[in-house]
Design a protein around this ligand. Sequence first.
Ligand code: GLY
Length: 312
Amino acid sequence: MPLIAATWSFARDGCAEAVKPLLAGGSALDAVCAVAGAAERDPRVDSVGYGGLPDATGRVTLDACVMVSPGKCGAVCAVARHLAATDLARMVMERTRHVMLAGSGADEFATALGMPECDLLAPEARAAWERWRIGDASVRQADPGRDFGVPLAPEVGERRFDHDTIGALALDASGSLAGACSTAGMAYKLAGRVGDSPIPGHGLYVDPEVGGAVATGVGEIVMGVCGTFLAVESMRRGASPQDAIAEVLGRIDHQFTLEAHQQVGLIVVTRDGRLSSGAIRPGFAVTVADGAGVRVEPPQFVLYPEWTGAAG
Ligand code: GLY
């Protein structure tokens, strides 16, 4: 029964490592933190952790959230001096009376815990930002949807888009669910912008009585419909995982005038291990790891399958 489901193919290495202790009886919370932490440390992932693209002023800021139940979650946003944003969110959950710490307060909390400080701006991200600043059209623009970066999963035809978030859900052998998500946010965002990822009910929601949901893509769209909360509530009312995904994407479609380059991807896992995924447009990929191995799959449901062309 233990399984991990995570956003994008760049979760593959982290899932391959994290699933081993999970299958040996490890906790779902340890597994999702390991998956998110691996992406944070991977400089090839230009939307999460070190290597993440900066805001418009050239500053990288990180947002992250962990959740095991409505009464047990932790988050940080606008972290500027510490890489391990997911571990820090877990520390907020486990060591404070609060749910979220922001900005300098989050960094000071990390320093007080002895977490190492670092410069989050990788040389490649700095170079991309410098080209963006002078209007080089070959780099990804703040306008979401430009293809950019290392092609990480050609076998599933994945195309990567702005705001890619590492989001992971896991179920362990004891039946406990946990979720984590971590992001550097929108590339070249306005300084101070925070998206859906660190906010329970938006980028991540877990209710052990029902299941969990995690989102990636344009945070402003997910936030407009409380995307992951809506998915879990839909399942609470009896919807299947796939119908829950379809309800969220349908609500997004109803509330927003979507453009063909915009992307939101969702994964849900029920408390008994049923999994589904969906996205607004083709290109989203889901990494699944369980006793049968690690695999990268396209989502089960795509709202606009015809929106396949070059983005942006
Ligand atoms: N989904 C991540 C963000 O929009 O910041």
